[in-house]
Design a binder for this molecule. Structure first.
Ligand SMILES: [Fe+2]
Length: 227
């Protein structure tokens, strides 16, 4: 398609501001001095997101039902995402975060994967569940906090007797905004990790799998984020 772009010589000689701006639009350049329906800046902070309440009791009941209806073989993570009830929003909880309630049943394993976004987990009810982060096993007991730095392999398991529940927060929208999104799962053919036995990632502490810059530092509560 020919855009009929105006040459620099012609632009230089234009004597109508309106025609000049119209010509520049075809070059995908827009004057910065005009008033816009959506301004580039505004006088005070504002947010499209609204305060909302996601009931743990409701989510817990739903996760108990989901525990009967779907296993971790089909739901890599059995969770319910807290969608902020604003128009045209599918998953974001806040501008920079997607939060969820997650659950695992006794004896289950949620297979390992890794992704650029960082994860924060607040353990709500659990005795015997755990997360394996880059080969290191971290207990997930009620009240614990477990951090999964970006790009660390992580899977979950449960050696206790009662269904376990926790809160997840991931900076997925922020990662998407900045555009360095990568994700890998152990079950997809062709991934280097798919050739590793899953038990190595989920069942027991194993070797550090990530590059040195992504290795977690141990803390009293689990894995700390990189500084
Ligand atoms: Fe994850």
């Amino acid at each position: 398609m020919t855009l009929n772009l105006t040459s620099p010589a012609t632009l230089r000689q234009m004597d109508s501001l309106q025609e000049l701006c119209a010509a520049m639009e075809k070059h995908n350049m827009t004057p910065g001095w005009i008033e816009r329906e959506q301004p580039m800046m505004w006088a005070e902070p504002k947010s499209a997101f609204i305060p909302s309440h996601w009931s743990y009791a409701t989510a817990k009941a739903a996760m108990q039902a989901a525990g009967r209806l779907i296993g971790t073989d089909k739901a890599e993570r059995r969770n319910f995402v807290m969608r902020n009830p604003i128009p045209d929003n599918d998953t974001a909880t806040l501008r920079t975060l997607i939060c969820a309630y997650q659950s695992i049943l006794p004896g289950e394993k949620a297979r390992s994967h890794r992704h650029a976004p960082h994860a924060l987990r607040v353990i709500l009810e659990s005795h015997g569940s755990y997360s394996v982060v880059d080969g290191e096993k971290h207990p997930m007991e009620t009240g614990d906090i477990v951090l999964t730095p970006g790009w660390c392999w992580h899977g979950h398991g449960h050696e206790g007797n009662e269904q376990a529940y926790w809160f997840d927060g991931l900076d997925i929208p922020l990662t998407n905004l900045l555009e360095p999104m990568f994700t890998r799962s152990t079950h997809k053919p062709g991934n280097r990790s798919s050739m590793r036995p899953q038990t190595r990632l989920c069942d027991s502490p194993g070797p550090i799998l990530g590059p040195p810059s992504h290795r977690p530092r141990r803390t009293a509560m689990g894995t700390s984020a990189r500084p």
